[in-house]
Design a protein around this ligand. Sequence first.
Ligand code: NQM
Length: 359
Amino acid sequence: MTAVEGIPCLLMRGGTSKGAYFLASDLPADPDERDELLLRIMGTPDPRQIDGLGGAHPLTSKVAVISPSPDGGADVDYLFLQLGVDTAFVTSRQNCGNILAGVGPFALERGLVPAGGDHTEVRIRMINTNSFATARFATPGGVVDYDGGLATDGVPGTAGAIRLNFEGTAGSSTGALFPSGRVLDRAADVDVTCVDNGMPSVLLRAADLGVTGDEPPEELEADANLAARLAELRLAAAGLMGMGDVSGATVPKLVLLAPPRAGGAIATRSFLPARVHTSIGVLGALTVAAGVLADGSVGHDLAALPPPGAPFRIEHPSGHFDVEVGVEPSADGFTVTRSAALRTARKLFEGRAFPRPRL
Ligand code: NQM
């Protein structure tokens, strides 16, 4: 497939994000060539991504690369790539549970998996973190039904539910649920909880940073002093997490926590890490819940914890997100017993993507 013929591409909303989905076989096998092509398809680097498919925000500058899985335990492999917007980078260092929501439907659309009856289950190996997810969604008559009654705060209207059950998310990027070996640490003179239930994250009390945690994303993004403080804290916490130099990386994420205000368990503001999330990531939410559930963590005493077995409601800038997370004390700390969530996805456009010329 040449740039002149275009590259087969499906544009999908996955949860509260949007991305370009490709079959791996339609992209160059060499990762450098692939990434260079994807930058040209998405229109990076440019703050407006005016000459590409990207939506001028990290949450809409995302790519999924999908292939049949050679792993006997999975149907498909999903590689997530985060692209910069105004900076030319492509990274596979983080996973994305929102874009994951579109992977099962994409696999069916492309004939990588057969429909399973009224509902289809797709086992997905998440290459970025070498962990697994099973997606279950409605396929009446063997066709993906994108419509349905599930509302997702941050997305207008409703759509068909996609159930995502996760396995092996604890420590999937860093080797341990609490990568520093402790539930509570000090980094740059602030209490932090470093936790990784699929998304390496640093949990902080909003009040310790001089904010309420109720501010809209734009207000937090405009606060240069806060940005400088968070950047310093992130580097220090990443050291505790054994993540090395993360100055150019999108992980770990930072999450400001505050007491819930709308009947949920905890209020959040997540940093991507510079732009502020307009809601919260899926793995980000599973990670916040696991961290906050652990006795002694930064968020534990701020939270209104749900009874065991009940959904853990995370408040975020555009509403809330309910996740199912179980955490139990174990001999060496805490074990995650369950990580699941409901999301929706929608096929937006199918066609060929035409990369802009090289700059
Ligand atoms: O945490 C954005 C998103 C994400 C990540 C980010 C995500 C997740 O909302 O699973 O979905 O944290 O970079 O798309």
